[in-house]
Design a binder for this molecule. Structure first.
Ligand code: ATP
Ligand code: MG
Length: 367
Protein backbone atom coordinates (compact mmCIF):
# COMPACT_ATOMS: atom_id res chain seq x y z
CA UNK A 1 0.00 0.00 0.00
CA UNK A 2 1.28 3.51 -0.78
CA UNK A 3 0.06 6.70 0.87
CA UNK A 4 0.87 10.38 0.81
CA UNK A 5 1.82 12.13 4.02
CA UNK A 6 2.10 15.76 5.10
CA UNK A 7 5.16 17.88 4.28
CA UNK A 8 5.77 18.46 7.99
CA UNK A 9 5.92 14.73 8.72
CA UNK A 10 8.21 14.24 5.74
CA UNK A 11 10.63 16.87 6.95
CA UNK A 12 10.62 15.35 10.42
CA UNK A 13 11.42 11.90 9.08
CA UNK A 14 14.13 13.16 6.73
CA UNK A 15 15.95 14.78 9.65
CA UNK A 16 15.74 11.68 11.79
CA UNK A 17 16.89 9.42 9.00
CA UNK A 18 19.84 11.65 8.20
CA UNK A 19 21.04 11.42 11.78
CA UNK A 20 20.84 7.69 12.01
CA UNK A 21 21.25 6.05 8.65
CA UNK A 22 24.98 5.44 8.97
CA UNK A 23 24.42 3.14 11.93
CA UNK A 24 22.60 0.59 9.88
CA UNK A 25 22.98 -2.30 12.22
CA UNK A 26 22.08 -0.40 15.29
CA UNK A 27 22.27 -1.29 18.90
CA UNK A 28 18.64 -2.39 18.80
CA UNK A 29 19.24 -4.88 16.03
CA UNK A 30 22.16 -6.36 17.93
CA UNK A 31 20.06 -6.47 21.06
CA UNK A 32 17.33 -8.46 19.31
CA UNK A 33 19.83 -10.84 17.76
CA UNK A 34 21.25 -11.51 21.20
CA UNK A 35 17.86 -11.47 22.90
CA UNK A 36 17.99 -13.83 25.86
CA UNK A 37 15.37 -12.57 28.31
CA UNK A 38 13.13 -15.32 29.62
CA UNK A 39 9.42 -14.87 30.32
CA UNK A 40 10.32 -14.86 34.03
CA UNK A 41 12.86 -12.05 33.47
CA UNK A 42 10.31 -9.96 31.63
CA UNK A 43 7.61 -10.51 34.24
CA UNK A 44 10.06 -9.66 37.04
CA UNK A 45 10.75 -6.35 35.31
CA UNK A 46 7.07 -5.58 34.71
CA UNK A 47 6.38 -6.46 38.37
CA UNK A 48 8.48 -3.53 39.48
CA UNK A 49 5.95 -1.18 37.94
CA UNK A 50 2.66 -2.97 37.38
CA UNK A 51 0.88 -4.11 40.53
CA UNK A 52 -1.51 -7.10 40.51
CA UNK A 53 -2.67 -8.66 37.20
CA UNK A 54 -0.57 -11.75 37.92
CA UNK A 55 -2.10 -14.03 35.35
CA UNK A 56 -2.17 -11.41 32.60
CA UNK A 57 1.41 -10.33 33.18
CA UNK A 58 2.57 -13.95 32.82
CA UNK A 59 0.82 -14.36 29.48
CA UNK A 60 2.18 -11.09 28.14
CA UNK A 61 5.73 -11.70 29.36
CA UNK A 62 5.69 -15.11 27.71
CA UNK A 63 4.30 -13.83 24.41
CA UNK A 64 6.87 -11.04 24.24
CA UNK A 65 9.81 -13.24 25.21
CA UNK A 66 8.93 -15.82 22.55
CA UNK A 67 8.28 -13.22 19.86
CA UNK A 68 11.68 -11.61 20.25
CA UNK A 69 13.56 -14.84 20.86
CA UNK A 70 12.11 -16.28 17.67
CA UNK A 71 12.90 -13.14 15.69
CA UNK A 72 16.42 -12.91 17.13
CA UNK A 73 17.24 -16.53 16.38
CA UNK A 74 15.86 -16.29 12.84
CA UNK A 75 17.79 -13.08 12.19
CA UNK A 76 21.01 -14.58 13.49
CA UNK A 77 20.62 -17.49 11.09
CA UNK A 78 19.72 -15.40 8.04
CA UNK A 79 22.42 -12.85 8.69
CA UNK A 80 24.92 -15.71 8.83
CA UNK A 81 23.66 -17.06 5.51
CA UNK A 82 23.22 -13.73 3.73
CA UNK A 83 26.37 -11.95 4.73
CA UNK A 84 25.26 -9.50 7.38
CA UNK A 85 22.65 -7.46 5.53
CA UNK A 86 19.96 -6.73 8.04
CA UNK A 87 17.48 -5.52 5.41
CA UNK A 88 17.71 -8.78 3.47
CA UNK A 89 17.64 -10.76 6.69
CA UNK A 90 14.46 -9.03 7.83
CA UNK A 91 12.82 -9.70 4.48
CA UNK A 92 13.83 -13.33 4.42
CA UNK A 93 12.96 -14.10 8.00
CA UNK A 94 9.55 -15.66 8.36
CA UNK A 95 8.27 -16.12 11.85
CA UNK A 96 4.68 -16.64 12.86
CA UNK A 97 3.77 -13.89 15.28
CA UNK A 98 1.22 -13.79 18.03
CA UNK A 99 -0.28 -10.34 18.51
CA UNK A 100 -1.83 -9.66 21.90
CA UNK A 101 -5.32 -8.40 22.79
CA UNK A 102 -5.64 -6.86 26.26
CA UNK A 103 -9.04 -6.42 27.82
CA UNK A 104 -9.73 -4.69 31.11
CA UNK A 105 -11.20 -1.63 32.85
CA UNK A 106 -9.79 1.84 32.39
CA UNK A 107 -6.59 2.68 34.27
CA UNK A 108 -5.76 -0.89 35.31
CA UNK A 109 -2.34 -1.07 33.61
CA UNK A 110 -2.91 -2.27 30.04
CA UNK A 111 -0.95 0.37 28.14
CA UNK A 112 1.49 0.69 31.02
CA UNK A 113 2.41 -3.00 30.81
CA UNK A 114 3.15 -2.78 27.09
CA UNK A 115 5.25 0.30 27.60
CA UNK A 116 7.34 -1.23 30.37
CA UNK A 117 7.86 -4.49 28.49
CA UNK A 118 9.07 -2.69 25.37
CA UNK A 119 11.45 -0.69 27.48
CA UNK A 120 13.05 -3.87 28.77
CA UNK A 121 13.28 -5.44 25.32
CA UNK A 122 14.76 -2.19 24.01
CA UNK A 123 12.51 -1.75 20.98
CA UNK A 124 10.48 1.29 19.94
CA UNK A 125 6.98 1.53 21.34
CA UNK A 126 4.29 3.56 19.63
CA UNK A 127 0.76 4.15 20.88
CA UNK A 128 -2.08 4.67 18.41
CA UNK A 129 -5.43 5.88 19.61
CA UNK A 130 -7.97 4.12 17.43
CA UNK A 131 -10.77 6.54 18.34
CA UNK A 132 -9.12 8.86 15.80
CA UNK A 133 -10.23 6.33 13.20
CA UNK A 134 -13.68 5.73 14.60
CA UNK A 135 -15.86 8.28 12.83
CA UNK A 136 -17.09 8.11 9.28
CA UNK A 137 -14.02 7.94 7.07
CA UNK A 138 -10.63 8.17 8.68
CA UNK A 139 -10.86 11.82 9.84
CA UNK A 140 -7.45 12.70 8.44
CA UNK A 141 -5.88 9.54 9.79
CA UNK A 142 -5.02 6.52 7.77
CA UNK A 143 -3.11 3.38 8.26
CA UNK A 144 0.12 4.85 6.89
CA UNK A 145 0.12 7.37 9.74
CA UNK A 146 0.60 4.44 12.08
CA UNK A 147 3.71 3.51 10.11
CA UNK A 148 5.02 7.06 10.13
CA UNK A 149 4.66 7.23 13.91
CA UNK A 150 6.42 3.91 14.27
CA UNK A 151 9.27 5.11 12.08
CA UNK A 152 9.61 8.28 14.16
CA UNK A 153 9.64 6.32 17.42
CA UNK A 154 12.40 4.18 15.90
CA UNK A 155 14.52 7.29 15.40
CA UNK A 156 13.95 7.14 11.64
CA UNK A 157 15.61 3.75 11.24
CA UNK A 158 13.27 1.52 9.21
CA UNK A 159 15.00 -1.69 10.31
CA UNK A 160 14.52 -0.85 13.94
CA UNK A 161 10.93 0.21 13.26
CA UNK A 162 10.17 -3.20 11.81
CA UNK A 163 11.01 -4.81 15.14
CA UNK A 164 9.00 -2.47 17.32
CA UNK A 165 5.78 -2.76 19.29
CA UNK A 166 2.65 -0.86 18.28
CA UNK A 167 -0.02 -0.47 20.92
CA UNK A 168 -3.48 -0.01 19.42
CA UNK A 169 -5.42 1.72 22.16
CA UNK A 170 -9.22 1.76 22.50
CA UNK A 171 -9.73 -1.06 20.04
CA UNK A 172 -13.19 -1.68 21.51
CA UNK A 173 -14.24 1.74 20.19
CA UNK A 174 -14.00 0.50 16.60
CA UNK A 175 -16.49 -2.30 17.25
CA UNK A 176 -19.33 -2.23 14.75
CA UNK A 177 -22.59 -0.91 16.15
CA UNK A 178 -25.09 -3.70 16.12
CA UNK A 179 -27.93 -1.34 15.21
CA UNK A 180 -28.21 -1.33 11.44
CA UNK A 181 -29.04 2.30 10.82
CA UNK A 182 -26.10 3.54 12.89
CA UNK A 183 -22.66 4.42 11.62
CA UNK A 184 -20.89 1.23 10.67
CA UNK A 185 -17.50 2.78 9.99
CA UNK A 186 -16.02 0.54 12.67
CA UNK A 187 -16.10 -2.29 10.18
CA UNK A 188 -14.11 -0.30 7.61
CA UNK A 189 -11.50 0.63 10.17
CA UNK A 190 -11.21 -2.97 11.32
CA UNK A 191 -10.79 -4.17 7.75
CA UNK A 192 -8.17 -1.49 7.17
CA UNK A 193 -6.16 -2.85 10.08
CA UNK A 194 -6.19 -6.47 8.91
CA UNK A 195 -3.24 -6.34 6.56
CA UNK A 196 -1.22 -4.05 8.75
CA UNK A 197 -1.58 -6.24 11.82
CA UNK A 198 -0.85 -9.42 9.97
CA UNK A 199 2.23 -8.07 8.30
CA UNK A 200 2.22 -6.20 5.04
CA UNK A 201 4.88 -4.64 2.85
CA UNK A 202 4.24 -0.91 2.91
CA UNK A 203 5.85 2.03 1.21
CA UNK A 204 6.08 5.41 2.84
CA UNK A 205 6.32 8.10 0.20
CA UNK A 206 8.59 10.91 1.38
CA UNK A 207 8.58 12.77 -1.93
CA UNK A 208 12.25 12.46 -2.87
CA UNK A 209 12.52 8.97 -1.53
CA UNK A 210 10.40 6.03 -0.60
CA UNK A 211 10.91 3.86 2.42
CA UNK A 212 9.81 0.26 2.54
CA UNK A 213 8.49 -0.79 5.85
CA UNK A 214 7.13 -4.22 6.54
CA UNK A 215 4.98 -4.93 9.58
CA UNK A 216 5.68 -8.64 9.40
CA UNK A 217 7.78 -8.59 12.58
CA UNK A 218 6.03 -5.72 14.36
CA UNK A 219 4.29 -6.93 17.49
CA UNK A 220 0.83 -5.43 17.83
CA UNK A 221 -0.77 -5.16 21.23
CA UNK A 222 -4.38 -3.98 21.18
CA UNK A 223 -6.07 -2.75 24.35
CA UNK A 224 -9.70 -2.05 25.12
CA UNK A 225 -12.13 -1.75 28.01
CA UNK A 226 -14.88 -3.84 26.34
CA UNK A 227 -17.52 -2.77 28.82
CA UNK A 228 -20.12 -5.50 29.46
CA UNK A 229 -18.19 -8.10 27.49
CA UNK A 230 -18.48 -10.22 30.64
CA UNK A 231 -22.27 -10.36 30.29
CA UNK A 232 -21.97 -11.65 26.71
CA UNK A 233 -19.69 -14.44 27.92
CA UNK A 234 -21.82 -15.15 31.00
CA UNK A 235 -24.99 -15.44 28.89
CA UNK A 236 -23.31 -17.89 26.61
CA UNK A 237 -22.01 -19.85 29.60
CA UNK A 238 -25.50 -19.97 31.10
CA UNK A 239 -26.95 -21.25 27.80
CA UNK A 240 -24.47 -24.11 27.78
CA UNK A 241 -24.61 -24.80 31.51
CA UNK A 242 -20.99 -23.73 32.01
CA UNK A 243 -19.80 -22.49 35.37
CA UNK A 244 -16.69 -20.65 36.49
CA UNK A 245 -14.77 -17.44 35.85
CA UNK A 246 -15.97 -15.86 32.60
CA UNK A 247 -12.41 -14.84 31.75
CA UNK A 248 -11.47 -18.50 31.33
CA UNK A 249 -14.29 -18.98 28.83
CA UNK A 250 -13.75 -15.95 26.59
CA UNK A 251 -13.87 -16.90 22.89
CA UNK A 252 -13.46 -15.05 19.61
CA UNK A 253 -17.25 -15.58 19.23
CA UNK A 254 -17.90 -13.31 22.20
CA UNK A 255 -15.77 -10.56 20.70
CA UNK A 256 -17.58 -11.01 17.39
CA UNK A 257 -20.88 -10.68 19.27
CA UNK A 258 -19.48 -7.45 20.72
CA UNK A 259 -18.98 -6.08 17.21
CA UNK A 260 -15.45 -7.11 16.31
CA UNK A 261 -14.58 -8.62 12.94
CA UNK A 262 -13.73 -12.28 13.23
CA UNK A 263 -10.80 -11.90 10.84
CA UNK A 264 -9.29 -9.17 12.98
CA UNK A 265 -9.75 -11.11 16.20
CA UNK A 266 -8.09 -14.10 14.56
CA UNK A 267 -4.98 -12.00 14.18
CA UNK A 268 -4.79 -11.44 17.94
CA UNK A 269 -4.44 -15.02 19.14
CA UNK A 270 -3.07 -14.13 22.59
CA UNK A 271 -5.87 -12.76 24.80
CA UNK A 272 -5.35 -11.30 28.23
CA UNK A 273 -8.03 -10.03 30.61
CA UNK A 274 -6.93 -7.57 33.29
CA UNK A 275 -8.90 -7.24 36.52
CA UNK A 276 -10.28 -4.10 38.09
CA UNK A 277 -7.78 -2.88 40.70
CA UNK A 278 -8.70 -3.70 44.31
CA UNK A 279 -8.23 -1.27 47.20
CA UNK A 280 -5.18 -3.30 48.22
CA UNK A 281 -3.76 -3.01 44.66
CA UNK A 282 -4.29 0.74 44.75
CA UNK A 283 -2.49 0.93 48.10
CA UNK A 284 0.35 -1.19 46.74
CA UNK A 285 0.68 1.10 43.73
CA UNK A 286 1.33 3.99 46.15
CA UNK A 287 3.72 2.01 48.34
CA UNK A 288 5.49 -0.43 46.04
CA UNK A 289 5.40 0.58 42.37
CA UNK A 290 8.64 2.09 41.05
CA UNK A 291 6.51 4.77 39.43
CA UNK A 292 4.37 5.44 42.51
CA UNK A 293 2.53 8.75 42.23
CA UNK A 294 2.89 9.19 46.01
CA UNK A 295 6.63 8.66 45.84
CA UNK A 296 6.83 11.35 43.20
CA UNK A 297 5.25 13.88 45.58
CA UNK A 298 7.47 12.68 48.47
CA UNK A 299 10.57 13.19 46.33
CA UNK A 300 9.44 16.61 45.15
CA UNK A 301 8.87 17.79 48.72
CA UNK A 302 12.17 16.32 49.88
CA UNK A 303 13.97 18.77 47.60
CA UNK A 304 12.49 21.52 49.79
CA UNK A 305 13.59 19.76 52.99
CA UNK A 306 10.10 18.46 53.75
CA UNK A 307 9.65 14.82 54.80
CA UNK A 308 6.19 13.68 53.78
CA UNK A 309 4.66 10.49 55.13
CA UNK A 310 1.14 9.04 55.06
CA UNK A 311 -0.24 6.91 57.88
CA UNK A 312 -1.65 3.48 57.07
CA UNK A 313 -5.28 4.54 57.52
CA UNK A 314 -4.73 7.62 55.36
CA UNK A 315 -3.37 5.40 52.57
CA UNK A 316 -6.38 3.11 52.88
CA UNK A 317 -8.72 6.09 52.65
CA UNK A 318 -6.97 7.39 49.50
CA UNK A 319 -7.13 3.93 47.91
CA UNK A 320 -10.83 3.54 48.77
CA UNK A 321 -11.70 6.91 47.32
CA UNK A 322 -9.67 6.21 44.20
CA UNK A 323 -11.58 2.94 43.89
CA UNK A 324 -14.87 4.86 43.95
CA UNK A 325 -13.73 7.19 41.20
CA UNK A 326 -13.79 4.24 38.79
CA UNK A 327 -10.78 5.48 36.84
CA UNK A 328 -8.36 2.84 38.12
CA UNK A 329 -4.94 4.00 39.23
CA UNK A 330 -5.49 7.38 37.57
CA UNK A 331 -7.83 8.20 40.48
CA UNK A 332 -4.88 8.07 42.87
CA UNK A 333 -3.17 10.99 41.22
CA UNK A 334 -6.20 13.24 41.39
CA UNK A 335 -6.96 12.41 45.02
CA UNK A 336 -3.36 12.77 46.16
CA UNK A 337 -3.21 16.06 44.37
CA UNK A 338 -6.31 17.32 46.13
CA UNK A 339 -4.96 16.21 49.50
CA UNK A 340 -1.54 17.79 49.03
CA UNK A 341 -2.37 20.85 46.96
CA UNK A 342 -2.52 23.32 49.85
CA UNK A 343 0.64 21.99 51.55
CA UNK A 344 2.48 21.99 48.24
CA UNK A 345 1.59 25.64 47.88
CA UNK A 346 2.26 26.79 51.45
CA UNK A 347 5.18 24.77 52.75
CA UNK A 348 8.09 25.12 50.31
CA UNK A 349 10.31 27.92 51.57
CA UNK A 350 8.42 28.39 54.85
CA UNK A 351 8.82 25.03 56.56
CA UNK A 352 11.28 22.16 56.81
CA UNK A 353 10.85 18.89 58.68
CA UNK A 354 8.20 16.21 58.91
CA UNK A 355 4.69 16.35 57.51
CA UNK A 356 2.53 13.42 58.51
CA UNK A 357 -0.76 13.01 56.69
CA UNK A 358 -3.12 11.02 58.89
CA UNK A 359 -6.76 10.28 58.26
CA UNK A 360 -8.00 13.40 60.10
CA UNK A 361 -5.71 15.67 58.09
CA UNK A 362 -6.76 13.88 54.92
CA UNK A 363 -10.49 14.23 55.55
CA UNK A 364 -10.03 17.92 56.28
CA UNK A 365 -8.28 18.42 52.97
CA UNK A 366 -10.92 16.51 51.06
CA UNK A 367 -13.89 18.29 52.56
N1 ATP B 1 -1.66 -2.24 37.84
C1 ATP B 1 -1.01 -1.06 37.94
N2 ATP B 1 0.11 -0.94 38.67
C2 ATP B 1 0.76 0.24 38.78
N3 ATP B 1 0.36 1.37 38.19
C3 ATP B 1 -0.74 1.32 37.44
C4 ATP B 1 -1.49 0.11 37.27
N4 ATP B 1 -2.53 0.36 36.47
C5 ATP B 1 -2.46 1.64 36.14
N5 ATP B 1 -1.38 2.25 36.72
C6 ATP B 1 -1.01 3.67 36.62
O1 ATP B 1 -2.09 4.35 35.98
C7 ATP B 1 -1.66 4.89 34.72
C8 ATP B 1 -2.72 4.59 33.67
O2 ATP B 1 -2.74 3.20 33.37
P1 ATP B 1 -2.81 2.64 31.88
O3 ATP B 1 -2.41 3.72 30.95
O4 ATP B 1 -2.05 1.38 31.79
O5 ATP B 1 -4.36 2.39 31.77
P2 ATP B 1 -5.13 1.46 30.76
O6 ATP B 1 -5.41 0.16 31.41
O7 ATP B 1 -4.39 1.43 29.47
O8 ATP B 1 -6.51 2.26 30.65
P3 ATP B 1 -7.36 2.81 29.38
O9 ATP B 1 -8.28 1.70 29.00
O10 ATP B 1 -8.09 3.98 29.95
O11 ATP B 1 -6.38 3.16 28.30
C9 ATP B 1 -0.34 4.24 34.42
O12 ATP B 1 0.50 5.10 33.71
C10 ATP B 1 0.21 3.92 35.79
O13 ATP B 1 0.87 5.04 36.33
MG1 MG C 1 -4.60 2.52 27.69
Amino acid sequence: MTDRISEQSRQHIREKIGELREHQISETVQQIIEFNKTPVDIKAYIDKFVVGQEKGKKVIATAIAFHYRRLGTALKQTIGENGEDIGVALRNTRTPKANILMIGPTGCGKTYTGEMASRLVGVPFGIQDLTKFSEVGYVGQNVSDILVDLLISAGGNPHVAQMGIVYLDEIDKIATELVVYKDVSGRGVQKGLLKLVEGAENTIDLGKERISLSTRHVLFIAGGVYENLDSIVKNRMAKHGLEGDWKDYLLADDLVAYGMERQLMGRFPVRVVYDPLTVQDLKDIMIKSDDSPLRAYVNDLKTWGIDLTFTEDALTEVAQRAGHEGTGARGLISILHRVLCEDMYQLPGTYTGEVVVDKTHLLERLR
